[in-house]
Design a protein. Structure first.
Length: 249
């Protein structure tokens, strides 16, 4: 926990606004997308009567995507950013991904807490079903961690991996129904979209908060399998190339 506190403080050291920066970026994205898609393009959700429906839909998607993006990106750069620590013989390497996840969750809880307050003030809080978001967010976290650590290992040997992922992440965002709904796409494209393992997770979160419905647990089998495979892949790479990793760093 000491490492988590130090990293959190270091992030906002000499910053006037401090922790406020945690939610500046997601709030700015939500504001821009709400203005563009809800007003200028007249985007609407099917069967939605709540005037805040699109904003809620957008918030759930952007905040959960932000959690995934932060964990995966920071995990990808984990080995390069902590090269000096990893070269120490007695340093517990397992602490580093734990610190990444905890810090990402601290940032997420702060901004998500504000979102929950918004739901309460607008009388849009879905009730006890809301707590069903927790297992989905946990799966998203492990999915991001497995993906990030696996790519992070490759990034040590091939530095282009990090650059490619940052570009791919931008396309991935738009291949996920966060700003738009999957229903507006052609049927064939909707089927292709289901190959994206994060789609059932974010869709499940949106259904919980907006429609007050539990997620389709059957649809979560696919992302759960992908998550387990990614975590196994990351651990396998780590055990196989741990000595080469230190030499390369």
């Amino acid at each position: 926990m000491g490492s988590v506190k130090r990293e959190f403080r270091a992030k906002f050291q000499n910053s006037i606004l401090g922790v406020f920066w945690v939610f500046v970026n997601p709030l700015a994205m939500i504001l821009v997308y709400t203005l563009v898609f809800s007003q200028l393009m007249k985007a609407r959700l099917p069967n939605a009567t709540d005037p805040f429906s699109y904003s809620i839909y957008l918030c759930v998607g952007i905040l959960s995507w932000g959690l995934f993006s932060e964990i995966s990106t920071r995990s990808l750069n984990l080995f390069l950013d902590n090269a000096n620590l990893l070269k120490k013989i007695y340093f517990p390497r397992a602490c580093l991904p734990i610190i990444v996840v905890i810090n990402a969750w601290v940032n997420f809880v702060i901004i998500f807490g504000i979102f929950v307050l918004f739901l309460l003030l607008t009388q849009s809080f879905p009730g006890m079903i809301f707590f069903a978001v927790i297992p989905l967010l946990i799966v998203i976290s492990f999915f991001a961690l497995g993906l990030g650590l696996g790519l992070g290992m490759l990034n040590v040997f091939y530095r282009d991996v990090g650059q490619i992922y940052s570009v791919f992440l931008q396309f991935w965002f738009w291949l996920t129904p966060i700003v738009y709904t999957a229903e507006i796409l052609p049927v064939k494209l909707q089927a292709i979209l289901q190959l994206n393992p994060i789609v059932p997770l974010i869709t499940g979160l949106q259904n919980i908060v907006l429609l007050r419905e539990p997620p389709s647990w059957e649809s979560l089998v696919y992302p759960l399998i992908v998550t387990c495979l990614l975590c196994w892949w990351a651990m396998n790479l780590s055990s196989r190339y741990q000595h080469d990793l230190i030499d390369e760093l």
